[in-house]
Design a protein around this ligand. Structure first.
Ligand SMILES: Cc1cc2nc3c(=O)[nH]c(=O)nc-3n(C[C@H](O)[C@H](O)[C@H](O)COP(=O)(O)OP(=O)(O)OC[C@H]3O[C@@H](n4cnc5c(N)ncnc54)[C@H](O)[C@@H]3O)c2cc1C
Length: 248
């Protein structure tokens, strides 16, 4: 090996971060022209989650569900790009942060349709001569109906929290846009209907473990990475014990 592995040291002090929830709630209250107590109640005490968990919110015209991710922030200097001002007035105007705004984005589950698939491209090769990945996938009626609901619930929630000038839009969804793409080598109990067993081990090649997002059977709507890490830790533990037993 011409360049051996080098020792890399990380400074692990003072790198753990947290955020101040109280401060964020106070900012939201300022944005909504209300109080921290009002915003806290609007977000954490609506009963929305409880209704969802109890099944009372189940929508009749589509399957599965969605969640939201978002943030509140103040406008930066870019707000002045469209302004027709110049010179000292412009500079002065930019010394203070701009208005508070808040945005939320819906993350919904895509059902695992059999015909949504990836394959190796028979013609196109990468610079190493290996076939590139080709993807053939789309969202269908269920996801389209869910998207409508996501938009209207988002507006309702933000307005209930006291926000003004709430705008909504749906700019469509090319699969992959949600950056949580997963599946295609699903885990299962039966080798006839799945690629991996419950330990992320390939049914037909026991010395191969696939521990990434490919093992997922459906997408859910939560961030997936911690689940991949947990699955990987479990698979690695299993692989070590199988190795020690001489099974792989
Ligand atoms: C901008 C962004 C923000 C995100 N934020 C979050 C978040 O906040 N929370 C969350 O849970 N998830 C988040 N995700 C999603 C998360 O990063 C992915 O779901 C996760 O990393 C997928 O893990 P994976 O192991 O399946 O694939 P990857 O992490 O993509 O790993 C695949 C690996 O395979 C390598 N590879 C590819 N082709 C080859 C080849 N031919 N030969 C050898 N190696 C190859 C790649 O280089 C890569 O290292 C985010 C994703 C993006 C893009």
């Amino acid at each position: 090996m011409p360049n051996g592995i080098k020792l890399v040291l990380f400074d692990m002090d003072n790198v753990l971060c947290d955020y101040d929830r109280g401060k964020r709630v106070a900012c939201l209250a300022q944005l909504a022209g209300s109080t921290s107590a009002f915003v806290h109640k609007a977000i954490w005490e609506t009963g929305f989650e409880l209704l969802g968990d109890s099944g009372a919110l189940d929508a009749s015209d589509y399957l599965r569900g969605f969640g939201y991710q978002g943030a509140a922030s103040r406008e930066g200097w870019q707000r002045s790009v469209a302004e027709m001002s110049i010179g000292a007035g412009l500079k002065e105007g930019l010394t203070e942060p701009g208005q508070w705004t808040m945005g939320i984005t819906g993350f919904g589950e895509l059902l695992p349709y059999h015909e949504n698939r990836i394959m190796l491209d028979k013609e196109k090769k990468d610079k190493w001569g290996l076939p590139v990945l080709s993807m053939d996938a789309e969202i269908k009626d269920n996801e389209k109906k869910m998207r409508k609901d996501m938009v209207s619930e988002a507006v309702e929630m933000l307005e209930a929290a006291g926000l003004k000038n709430v705008h909504s839009w749906d700019r469509g969804h090319p699969v992959g846009d949600g950056i949580h793409e997963m599946g295609a080598a699903r885990m299962g109990r039966d080798a006839k209907t799945s690629v991996l067993n419950g330990h992320n081990q390939v049914w037909d090649a026991p010395n191969v473990f696939v521990t990434d997002g490919a093992s997922m059977t459906s997408s859910a709507c939560q961030n997936p990475s911690l689940t991949y890490m947990a699955l990987t830790a479990r698979a690695a533990d299993f692989a070590v014990s199988e190795l020690k037993k001489g099974n792989i």
